[in-house]
Design a protein around this ligand. Structure first.
Ligand code: C5P
Length: 310
């Protein structure tokens, strides 16, 4: 193993994501579902700062309710640091600081971004020198969305969502995110989808016979055309998330009334992602929603994955 870095701290920034397409197949014996998804990394970031320490510790800033983020081994960033130390045979520890901007349990992969950022930060701090492929492999062991937070940009995810292939995307897409005060548990939403599918007739044609990302989605991304992308936004988890949180349907309608092209539940929710025609359109939608007292954020994608900040 190479020498630990002499710099006292490493700062890594990793993005949250939106699934512009999320097809969910059957449930495997390990509890995970087969996915065909397209991720887009957006300009809402988690910042992780790693400092040399003998032991492992974690502080989290930027969350309203500290009880929603565990500081022990249940935290994905902490697990990431320990997994990397074990894989590298590193005997020291790290003091991690997370500055959160991505909503907790919001369906935007905030915890996965923390884990990806912690892997990159500790790799640099400790001078581990792992290849991108090795970091990807460790990331996949931490969670299905962690490899994408490393990768960033736009990518097709298959398997559990962890097998990535980059997708070509031109230009930028403007989104307005409507966050919720209370998060949704990802396993609960997947469980609700299974229950709806078991209830005969509750959902049409589910689970799908073939799990493929439609060509139209990839074409829309390649052409950088938000109108075309709006037409093919899709999320199999949406029905389940709306079943748990019926009020989100109104949020989508409000966003469209404010001028968005379309709205979808982001991942397992409850964040609503409203696709807009351009930056000005998104500013308008954000302002209209804020005027109505809604917590709305204007972001854009695609943006890069976890990277070290100067
Ligand atoms: O891998 P991650 O920790 O993000 O997954 C959280 C939960 O989401 C899993 O425990 C599982 O219940 C559900 N999940 C799933 N199929 C996937 C990804 C996640 O059922 N492909």
């Amino acid at each position: 193993m190479s020498m630990a870095s002499s710099s006292p701290r490493v700062h890594v920034r990793a993005p949250g994501k939106i699934n512009v397409y999320l097809g969910v197949g059957g449930r495997h014996d390990d509890g995970y579902h087969a996915l065909a998804t397209v991720f887009q990394a957006v300009s809402l970031y988690e910042d992780v700062i790693a400092r040399h320490a003998d032991d492992f510790s974690l502080v989290v800033r930027g969350v309203e309710d500290p009880d929603t983020v565990p500081l022990d081994d249940r935290n994905l960033a902490m697990r990431a640091a320990k997994l990397l130390a074990a894989a590298a045979g590193y005997e020291g520890g790290v003091a991690l600081e997370i500055r959160k901007s991505v909503p907790v349990a919001g369906g935007m992969g905030g915890g996965s971004a923390d884990a990806a950022a912690a892997l990159v930060a500790c790799d640099a701090l400790w001078g581990t020198g792992f290849s991108q492929a090795r970091l990807h492999e460790l990331a996949a062991r931490l969670g299905a969305d962690v490899p994408f937070a490393l990768h960033g940009g736009t990518a097709v995810g298959t398997g559990r969502g962890d097998q990535l292939n980059p997708a070509l995307a031109r230009g930028r897409f403007d989104w307005v995110l409507v966050t919720s005060e209370e998060g949704l548990s990802t396993p609960v939403v997947y469980g609700r989808l299974d229950a709806l599918r078991d209830e005969e007739g509750a959902l049409a044609d589910d689970p799908p016979l073939s799990l493929d990302v439609p060509v139209a989605v990839l074409q829309a991304l390649r052409s950088g055309d938000p109108e075309a992308l709006a037409e093919c936004l899709f999320n199999d988890l949406e029905a389940a998330a709306l079943d748990v949180r019926p009020d989100l349907e109104q949020t989508i309608l409000d966003g469209i009334r404010a001028g968005a092209l379309r709205g979808i539940v982001s991942g397992s929710g409850p964040t609503i992602a409203l696709l807009c025609a351009d930056p000005e359109g998104a500013q308008h939608v954000q302002a209209a929603l804020r005027e109505a007292g809604v917590d709305a954020l204007h972001v854009h994608g695609p943006v890069p994955g976890a990277r070290i900040m100067g």
